[in-house]
Ligand binder design. Structure first.
Ligand code: SF4
Length: 114
């Protein structure tokens, strides 16, 4: 099995959010997540296209300022049961990321103190 160093890098990057409580992550994502605001007038053209999850993640989450918070939140909330597009990754990519992320150590909800 080969190591996907892109995913290892993402897992390392998420370390900065290890001790952020889940409710704070949720608040930030709900407040600032691009997809949380919907599209009222000009619906994105890609909604008419058949995209793979990876393509949809790239388009939907492009420019979202809270990709890491969204990803950290989804990994904590759903783990390997994650579905859909969150944190600029497809569900397959998040499942592949999960063991690398878990290997980085405890998170705020694991009951440990920083
Ligand atoms: S990263 Fe993607 S799924 Fe998460 S809030 Fe931003 S746009 Fe939405």
């Amino acid at each position: 099995m080969t190591t996907d160093y892109r995913l290892v890098g993402i897992a390392w990057r998420l370390d900065r959010l290890r001790w952020v409580p889940r409710e704070v992550l949720a608040e930030v994502v709900l407040r600032d997540g691009l997809c949380m605001w919907g599209w009222t007038e000009d619906e994105p053209a890609w909604q008419e296209e058949r995209l793979t999850d990876q393509e949809l993640a790239a388009v939907l989450c492009s420019g979202c300022p809270v990709q890491d918070e969204c990803l950290e939140l989804e990994l904590r909330a759903a783990g390997l049961d994650t579905v859909g597009v969150w944190g600029a990754l497809s569900e397959d990519n998040r499942r592949a990321l999960y063991p690398h992320w878990r290997q980085r150590g405890e998170r705020a909800e694991d009951g440990a103190t920083p």
